[in-house]
Design a protein. Structure first.
Length: 81
């Protein structure tokens, strides 16, 4: 990566694009650096990071399995009674 290449990150609290060189605050979360546009956003993230941490989309099969587990209580279906 070239040193003069500008990389933008998204503030997970407010969704604003943040330049790492001009970020008002930053923190470490699970080995990654998270940049914030304001200290207020960092405080909100630090208070409850799970609320703002981005989850990977599950896709069709992930959603299907979640619904199946919810409908069966996580138990496998019984065969032939």
């Amino acid at each position: 990566m070239a040193l003069n290449q500008k990389t933008q990150y998204t503030d997970p609290v407010c969704g604003m694009q943040v330049d790492p060189g001009a970020a008002a605050a930053m923190t470490q979360y699970h080995g990654s650096t998270v940049y914030f546009c304001a200290k207020r956003c960092q405080k909100a993230f630090d208070a409850n990071p799970q609320k703002y941490a981005r989850q990977k989309p599950k896709g069709f099969w992930g959603r299907y399995l979640d619904r199946l587990n919810k409908a069966t209580g996580g138990k496998p279906p019984s065969c032939c009674g």
